[in-house]
Design a protein around this ligand. Structure first.
Ligand SMILES: [Zn+2]
Length: 130
């Protein structure tokens, strides 16, 4: 039997059946990076996801969780909007700093001093690999 095409209506029905979970932005204890977490009523624990709204596969540890079938839709809990904005700012600043360091390093490597250090490093690396 030929499968019927997926219509806009099917998509709307699918989305309406999808569970929505309210997320809280947090900083991960290890490294402090920004995540969203939500309390899972099924697993009775927090699940963590990258901080973006939208549909995700369930992170349920319990194989019988109904979320495994549907996944769920992440939404930011509006009471945490300001905290989320700050986490986002902090991440873009950290990214900018990392890029600035990379740019400074590249500029230094282009100088005679940098070239000499790089050559010395390559000689040592070549010796180590033999
Ligand atoms: Zn769960």
């Amino acid at each position: 039997m030929k499968q019927r095409a997926w219509t806009k209506r099917d998509q709307k029905d699918w989305l309406e059946r999808m569970p929505v979970v309210q997320c809280e932005p947090i900083k991960h204890v290890d490294g402090g990076h920004w995540l969203w977490r939500h309390w899972c009523p099924w697993c009775k624990c927090h699940h963590h996801h990258s901080p973006m709204p939208g549909h995700r596969d369930a992170h349920c540890t319990d194989a019988s969780s109904p979320f495994h079938e549907s996944g769920y839709i992440l939404k930011l809990d509006p009471q945490f909007a300001e905290r989320d904005r700050l986490c986002q700012l902090e991440r873009s600043e950290a990214k900018w700093r990392a890029e600035a360091v990379t740019a400074r390093k590249a500029a230094w490597l282009a100088t005679p001093e940098g070239q000499a250090a790089l050559n010395e490093h390559n000689v040592i690396a070549a010796k180590d690999s033999t």
